[in-house]
Design a protein around this ligand. Structure first.
Ligand code: SAH
Length: 506
């Protein structure tokens, strides 16, 4: 039997991008992933689909599994010959009982490895705009726990030395004892005006930062209602925040958007939004599936060489085309000599990803643009292949046929409504937890309407509707819903830029 091993991996503070490359690699290889309350569950996406995932974090403040049982679980899985990843929030060796887990494994001769992570205090400082050390104000830094073992209480901290002998202090788990912490520091000689920053949910779009002084911070927190998980940063370096803020003043920071496009195509949109500080929730209202009858598409693919042009009008059509080509045991060579037309830059990009350069991308990124350019080129007697969605505009077929082309237009894919998602969206809307819903095609809206029915009307106004372009907007308005925003160009980049402008003006 292969020998098992435990990897104690720091998951970082929350932002999934702060996992190390090594951590990601071990996660991808793991047979079992045992994870914590503070480890971002999004990271489980790096693990194999068939890896066992076990949650041992907290449930409403209570530890789900006592530490002893977590230790035993790690040992048991590794002893069974499995590769075990123990994913812990922040860094495993900073206030995370990682040392106890490692010692338990060591005693039982179970091999282990430790992969450090970005600890919450460092990450909170970076994302709040606070350099933890700065030549001008301090050269030392201490990490402290504000919540010691009950039998020892905070009294075991040497307050006098902390108060006067160190520069920056970072308290973890200190919210419940904030009053004691600030009072003791003042009592032992720290200036009551020393700045304090509390950073809650650091590095996540719901990050909140509150700045006060040792004297005021207890009242400030009570007024603003900040809660754990939060770190407390104390010291003159906090003053740099005003100048060095970069994260929580991003244009879309604090906004939450529902993304309705299929997950496979949402990644670049999500990335664009996150770069502007937004929080995104992806619940696709459309799912792409093959046509009910594949014969017409397959027939066309088998005679590819007989076509003059191939017209692709969406990234979905591109993936459907190449996937089906492969399923027919064909490859790119069968496209030799066929002119490739892409409706717009995104479709062109999708084609280029397969190593092909489109011959024609019209200036006007719509079916009208394709028709215009092909007509200008002359289509009489030409054979044109146009694999399309089940519900597609007929413009390309009718206009090109009228001009004498022979258009073969098989259905390449269908969009269907994913099951079991309506409740999640209903709940988010009803709770007022969304700033806007982004619709990137008519079907993303039509399907949402089909999913929620009349309820969508009743929930009107709970979130704004953002549309990618005129066709999508028309579908929304047709049902008497308001479109709050539509960019000048129907692209995701333009939509994100318009969203940034929109909130700037608000
Ligand atoms: N091993 C972890 C710390 C675990 S102790 C690390 O290295 O970060 C748990 C404490 O960490 C919380 O009480 C809080 O003080 C802090 N913490 C963890 N994640 C945080 C986050 N995203 N924002 C603010 N504080 C966080």
């Amino acid at each position: 039997m292969a020998s098992g091993k435990v990897y104690l991996i720091g998951a970082g503070p929350g932002d999934p991008g702060l996992l190390t490359l090594k951590g990601q690699q071990y996660l991808a290889d793991a047979d079992v992933v045992i994870y914590d309350y503070l480890a971002n569950p999004v990271l489980l996406g790096h693990a194999r689909a068939d890896a066992e995932k076990i949650y041992v974090g907290k449930v409403r403040g209570h530890h789900h599994l006592p530490q002893e049982e977590t230790n035993a679980l790690l040992a048991e899985k590794a002893a069974a010959g499995l590769q075990v990843v123990r994913l812990k929030g922040g860094d495993p060796y900073i206030f995370g009982r990682g040392g106890e887990e490692a010692a338990y494994l060591k005693e039982r001769n179970i091999p282990f490895e430790v992969v450090p992570g970005v600890t919450a205090g460092f990450a909170a400082a970076a994302y709040a705009g606070i350099p933890l050390t700065h030549r001008d104000v301090t050269t030392s830094l201490a990490l402290l726990t504000g919540h010691e073992r009950p039998e020892r209480k905070l009294s075991s901290l040497d307050w006098e030395k902390l108060a006067t002998g160190l520069g920056t202090l970072i308290f973890y788990m200190g919210m419940a004892n904030l009053k004691t912490i600030s009072a003791e520091l003042i009592r032992h000689g720290r200036d009551p005006q020393t700045p304090v920053a509390i950073v809650q949910w650091a590095t996540l779009p719901r990050q909140r930062t509150l700045v006060g002084t040792l004297e005021s911070i207890v009242a400030d927190v009570a007024r603003e209602g900040l809660e754990p998980p939060a770190v407390i940063i104390i010291g003159e370096v906090v003053n740099y925040r005003e100048e060095l803020r970069w994260y929580d003043n991003l244009p879309l920071f604090g906004k939450r958007f529902l993304i309705t496009r299929p997950r496979a195509q949402a990644a670049s949109f999500v990335q664009l939004l996150q770069q502007q500080g937004a929080e995104t929730i992806c619940i696709p209202t459309i799912e792409i599936v093959p046509p009910k009858d594949l014969a017409p598409f397959d027939d066309a693919l088998r005679q590819l060489a007989g076509f003059d042009s191939l017209v692709l009008t969406s990234a979905n059509a591109v993936s459907a085309f190449f996937q089906r080509l492969k399923e027919n045991q064909l490859d790119l060579r069968s496209l030799a000599g066929v002119q490739i037309v892409a409706v717009g830059p995104k479709t062109a990009e999708a084609i280029e990803a397969y190593g092909l350069a489109p011959d024609l991308v019209p200036q006007n990124y719509r079916a009208e643009g394709v028709v215009e350019e092909l007509l200008a080129q002359g289509v009489a007697g030409k054979r044109i292949l146009y694999p399309h969605a089940e519900i597609a505009r007929q413009l390309i077929v009718t206009d090109l046929t009228r001009a004498g082309a022979e258009v073969c237009a098989p259905i390449a894919y269908r969009t269907v409504i994913p099951q079991g998602k309506a409740d999640m969206i209903r709940h988010l809307l009803a709770a007022g937890e969304l700033d806007a819903i982004c619709f990137s095609s008519s079907s993303t809206f039509d399907h949402l309407l089909a999913m929620l029915g009349d309820e969508l009307k009743q929930l009107q106004g709970r979130a704004e509707f953002f549309s990618i372009g005129p066709l999508t907007s028309a579908s929304i308005r047709k049902h008497d819903f308001e479109v709050a925003l539509e960019p000048e160009q129907a692209t995701l980049d333009a939509l994100v830029a318009a969203m940034v402008d929109y909130y700037k003006q608000k």
